[in-house]
Design a protein around this ligand. Structure first.
Ligand code: AMP
Length: 238
């Protein structure tokens, strides 16, 4: 932009584009359990000022509070199985009604089946909207089992770490709230194997689904956490 008035116009256009663009930030994170999509989703949420919505976190909060939903979900989660679509879809639709979703959201762990993806599409279509980006964080199965056994979750706030790739400042203690860290039941090797086979059977078809919808982007999840995030920002735009 050469002169002062030109620069002013550029700034105004930039702000306008930003406004329109921000309204369209509906992002889905795809990838096997343990691929690092939760970590990346949190970083995306902070960078673009949109909420990070994790269905797994919502279920875990319900289990902690011993709600009816939590008790139902736990029986499936402990075995590494998916919670039935009927329980998940209503839960997420209610979450979208909250004010913080006005500019979009990054979904982590939803959708996980084709019927869930269709329910999401139909709900968005009713408002003239659609999913803007589906980001697939690719990590081979052999890396996943290795990674999950090193994952630790905080009993207090649910924050997740990795003993090697994302360690806490003090071993076994959550950086965010100071509570102790544990290996979650659903991160134990036998459960992880089942979660991976459930993923390949029920969730992987979503890659093709979003590819056909023209919104799929893939990133190499074996890279360093910060490098994966840089690749994601290149896809989403600065
Ligand atoms: P996550 O923390 O996303 O790996 O989710 C942990 C567990 O919660 C999964 O293994 C499922 O049992 C359950 N879960 C989370 N999201 C969904 C979903 N969209 N559909 C069905 N089950 C889910």
């Amino acid at each position: 932009c050469p002169d002062f008035s030109g620069r002013v116009i550029c700034v105004l256009i930039g702000k306008l584009k930003n406004k329109i663009w921000r309204r369209r930030m509906k992002i889905i994170m795809l990838g096997a359990p343990g691929a690092g999509k939760g970590t990346q989703a949190k970083k995306i949420a902070a960078q673009y000022s949109i909420p990070h919505i994790s269905t797994g976190d919502i279920f875990r909060a319900n289990i902690k509070n011993n709600t009816e939903l939590g008790q139902k979900a736990k029986t499936y989660m402990d075995k590494g199985e998916l919670v039935p679509d009927s329980l998940v879809v209503d839960l997420i639709m209610d979450r979208f009604k909250e004010a913080d979703c006005a500019n979009g959201y990054v979904l982590d762990g939803f959708p996980r089946t084709i019927p869930q993806a269709e329910a999401l599409d139909n709900a968005l279509k009713a408002n003239g909207e659609k999913v803007d980006f589906a980001i697939n964080v690719e990590v081979p199965d052999e890396n996943i089992i290795n990674r999950m056994s090193g994952r630790r979750a905080c009993v207090g706030c649910g924050a997740t770490y990795h003993i090697k790739y994302n360690p806490t400042k003090v071993e076994g203690v959550c950086d965010a709230c100071g509570e102790k860290l544990i290996l979650r039941d659903d991160d134990k090797p036998e459960t992880v194997k089942n979660r991976l086979s459930v993923y390949h059977e029920q969730t992987q078809p979503l890659i093709d689904y979003y590819n056909k919808a023209g919104v799929l982007a893939e990133v190499d999840g074996t890279k360093d956490m910060e490098d994966v995030f840089k690749d994601i920002v290149n896809i989403l735009g600065k």
